[in-house]
Design a protein around this ligand. Structure first.
Ligand SMILES: Cc1ncc(C[n+]2csc(CCOP(=O)(O)OP(=O)(O)O)c2C)c(N)n1
Length: 373
């Protein structure tokens, strides 16, 4: 189905979401039509924020908003769906559009398998009526489902469209770029060179894939790295847990700006605990590059300032390899919780692969290595 027709049939004039590669057609359509526009389209920090923002839109307008997201965001919406939207509480109608990664029977990465299995069931459990849209779904079918859904929405309940791979088509081309020069994979190579044999916890998306391939290219073991393949936004908390319990060992966290924003409260907890062996490196491209390049708000915020007010004793931003290398070396000598923001361009290698070891192997190798430290 053409994405434009999908949007017309749904008939809402406010969309908020976290981008997803499977919903790229919708994301690009919204960016092309509205850009980021507070009245019509806001990319929020996490799917729970989107749900609450949508609720506010409804309170102020009486109209029905749309929240779009990858199914991995279901965990983030459960609290506001159950305790805010649900008709036993405030009965706020929202239309969810959910990209279905890990659909049973379709090959996908480990972090999507279980989430894919429970996607529709979780919606049912949350009392959200759902309809699956595949490449074969017609506009007539969607229109008649929407008529049915309007009644549900009018009764103060929520509905969801679960979007299969390839279901939405004819996305406009949107170019996502910024003025930064460094590319993420090169930045990761520099971090790997500087970190030596220190453990690294890396964030969700292409950063972890690039770290994996850097180890392969360097003929190094993967035991140094914990790849946070799912659980976006949580790698810094994982790194905190490791750092506190391995106080004599320097630990690196390679984070992304979208991930940092998603659960930014973790920075306050890290800053309050101040583990002097944790080096938090945030690669900031101002984008959700992994899923297509749609913007985050991170190019507008002062991440160094955030780190400092959260209690990080040292925080700095770099925009060249020369400064990056200098700061990585200083961080190693400083022995103090540090944040290095690295300004980064938007883009990645076309032929970037995926980890060839399993998640369980990754965990075991990492734990075995940690136990030697
Ligand atoms: C809870 C959740 N929502 C959405 C996604 C889909 N997703 C995977 S990577 C990614 C973008 C990450 O952005 P950022 O941290 O800035 O890193 P970049 O891709 O730019 O390197 C998104 C939205 C996800 N994995 N989990």
């Amino acid at each position: 189905m053409k994405v434009e027709n999908f949007v017309n049939i749904i008939g809402s004039d406010f969309y908020t979401g976290v981008p997803d590669s499977q919903l790229k057609a919708l994301c690009n359509f919204l960016m092309d039509k509205y850009g980021i526009n507070p009245k019509h389209h806001i990319i929020a920090a996490n799917e729970g924020n989107c749900t609450a923002l949508a609720a506010g839109y409804h309170l102020a307008t009486g109209k029905v908003p749309v929240v779009y997201m990858q199914n991995s965001g279901e965990g983030n919406i459960i609290n506001p769906v159950a305790s805010l939207l649900n008709d036993k509480v405030y009965a706020i109608p929202v239309i969810f559009v959910v990209g279905w990664r890990g659909e049973p029977g379709i090959h996908d990465e480990p972090q999507h398998i279980f989430q894919g299995e429970v996607t529709v069931k979780l919606l049912e459990d949350m009392d959200i009526a759902s309809f699956i849209i595949g490449p074969e779904t017609t506009e007539e079918e969607l229109s008649s489902k929407m008529t049915e859904f309007r009644k549900i929405l009018n009764s103060g309940k929520d509905v969801a469209f679960v979007i299969r791979k390839g279901a939405l088509t004819d996305a406009p081309k949107v170019e996502y770029k910024n003025d930064n020069k460094m590319i993420r994979e090169e930045i990761i190579k520099h971090i790997v060179d500087a970190s030596g044999e220190d453990p690294i916890v890396s964030t969700t998306g292409k950063a972890s894939r690039e770290l994996f391939e850097t180890r392969v290219a360097n003929k190094q073991s993967h035991k140094y790295d914990f790849l946070t393949v799912g659980s976006m936004g949580h790698s810094s908390s994982i790194a905190l847990g490791v750092a506190i319990n391995k106080p004599e060992q320097r630990i690196w966290c390679i984070d992304g700006d979208g991930a940092v924003l998603m659960h930014m409260g973790s920075m306050a907890v890290i800053g309050s605990n101040k583990p002097n062996n944790l080096m938090h490196v945030v690669i900031n491209n101002g984008a959700h590059e992994t899923v297509g390049g749609m913007p985050t708000v991170a190019s507008n915020i002062d991440l160094v300032g955030v780190a400092k007010v959260c209690g990080y004793p040292y925080a700095v931003s770099v925009n060249s390899f020369e400064d990056l290398d200098k700061e990585l070396e200083l961080a190693k000598r400083r022995n103090e919780l540090s944040l290095i923001e690295v300004k980064c361009s938007i883009g990645a290698r076309e032929d970037l692969g995926r980890p060839t070891t399993t998640a369980l192997e990754n965990k075991q190798n990492f734990m075995d290595y940690l136990s030697t430290l």
